[in-house]
Design a protein around this ligand. Sequence first.
Ligand SMILES: [Zn+2]
Length: 564
Amino acid sequence: MKFSEIVYSRPDMDAAKAFYAAAAERMAAAPSFAGAERVFLEAEAYSAKLETMLTVANIRHDIDTRDAFYDAEAAFIDAASPELEEYTNAWDRALLASPFRAEFERRYNRVMFLNTEIGLRTFSPEIVPELQRENALTSEYSKLLAGAQIPFEGRSWTLSQLAPVKQDPDAARRRAAWKAEDAWYAENAARLDAIYGELVGLRTAMGRKLGHENYIPLGYDRMSRNCYGIGEVEAFRAAVREYIVPIAGDIYRTVARRLSCGLPMGYADSAMWYTGGNAAPVGSPEEILAAGGKFYHELSAETAEFIDFMFERELFDVLSRPGKAGGGYCTSLPEYKAPFIFANFNGTSGDVEVITHEAGHAFANYLARDIVPAASQWPSMEACEVHSMSMEFFAEGWAEGFFGADADKFRWQHLADALAFIPYGTLVDHFQHECYAHPGWTPEERNARWLELQGVYMPWLKPEPELGFYASGRAWQRQRHIYMDPFYYIDYCLAQCVSLEFWAMLRTDREAAWGKYMAYARPAGTLTFRELLKQAGLGDPFEPGALRGVAEAAKRWLEGREGA
Ligand SMILES: [Zn+2]
C-alpha cells in the first residue's frame, strides 16, 4: 500500500466517544485477565485506525494547504480532538484501575502504565481556559515568526530564507543579514516579551491549580519525564559547565584563528566554521535522497529493508512545492505499521539532516512497529533524539556521497557543532527553569538573566551594539521551543551526549557500534530512557563520568585536525 493509495474517510467522532466509554465500562467489569486483555486489544485496534485517519488528513493538509477538502478535515480534527480527550482519558483511567495491572505489565510493559499516570496528572477540566489561551498565544508566536518580511538587498525575506545568508562566507554580506534580522526582531521585541510574560503567567496558574508551587513539576509531567527529575537535570547542567563549555571554548578559539576575528566573537562570526564557507551538500534534492538510499542500504541489513519499505510505499514527502506547509517531521501510521517523513528540501545541509536525522526517527519507529500497545512504539523524547542524532554520526562514513569534496570539512564541522550545541541547549534549559521559578520577573529581569547565563555557557560570544536585539538579552526569543514546548530542549542535550558515545565507538568499531544502536532502539518505549541505555551498555549522561569521557575523546580528535 502506497501512501497515496490510503483511502481517507472522516472518523465518526460520536462513535469514537461511545466506543471509549463502552470500553472503559467493559474494562472495569472484566472478570478475568483474559477478558480485560480482549478489551485492551480491541481498543488498540480501534485507536490505530482512528489515529491513522487523523494523521493521514493532517499530512495531506500539510502537503497542500490550499486543498479545500483536507483544509476542512484538519479544521474538523482540531475542533473535535479536545472533545474526544475526555473519553480517552476515561479509558486510560479504567486501564490504570484494572485489578489485572500486574498481568498487563508482565505481558506488555510497565512503562505504558507509568506514562499514562503521568499523562493523567497533566490535565483537569479546571485548566481548560488556560490551555485555550496558551494555544492562542503559541499560535500567535508561530504566525508572527512565519510572517516575518525582512527587507534585505532590495527585497523581502522570510526568516528561513535569510538563514543561509547568515552563514555567507562574505563577512560583509553575512553581517548585513544578521543586522537585518536583528532589526526585525527588535521591532517585534515588545510583543515577544509580552507573549512570553503571559505564557509564564498562564503556565504558573495551571501548575498551581494542579497542586504545585509553580509550573516546573507540571512542565516535567507534560514532557513525560519518567526516569529523572529536576535534581538530575541540575547535576547534568553542572557537568556541562565543567566538561563541555571549556571544549566548546577551544573549538571557538580554533574558529577565531581561522577567521582572524579574536575572542569573544560576534554572532555573525560564530555562525562560521571555516573562512571559505561551511560544508554544503552537492547535487539536487533527488540526488541527496538517492545518496540517503545508498547509505541505508550499505549500513546494515535492517536499514536496507527499512529504506526499501519507505521508498516502495512512498512514505516521504520532502521536496518543496508551492502551497506546502513549512518545517519537517517524522510521524507514524499505526494501522499500516509505517512511519512517514515530511520535509521541505531547500539545497542546504538541512536536506542531508532530513535523510539522516528524520529517517533515523523513522527507522526506530519501523523497528518497533510490532510492539503492543502502539503508544510504546516511541520512547520519551530524549530517547527518540538518540535514534536520530546518532544516525547522523553513522552517516558520516557516507559523507562523500552527500558533501563531495567537502566531506572532511563536514565531519569536523558536524562534531564541532554537536559539541557546541550542548552548552547552548543547556543554557536554554537553565533559563527556562529560572523564568518559571520567578514568574513575577519583568521582561528586563528575564533578559538580564539570559545575558548573565549566556556569559557562563557561551563565554565566546560578545554582545555587539550593532545587534541591539541580541545585545538586550533577547536572543532566546528566536528559540521556538521556549514558547511552544517548555523544557523540551534538554532532551537534545542528553541525546547529543549519547550520540557522541556512538561517535567515539565509530572511530574504532562500526559493527560493535551498530550492535549497540540496535540493542538501544529495539525495546523502544517499553523501557525508560535510562533503562534503554543501561540494557544496551551505553553511558548514562546523568553520570558525570560519561560526559567527561565523550568530551575528552572528541577534544583529542578535533585537536588533531585543527588546520582544516
Ligand atoms: Zn529529532
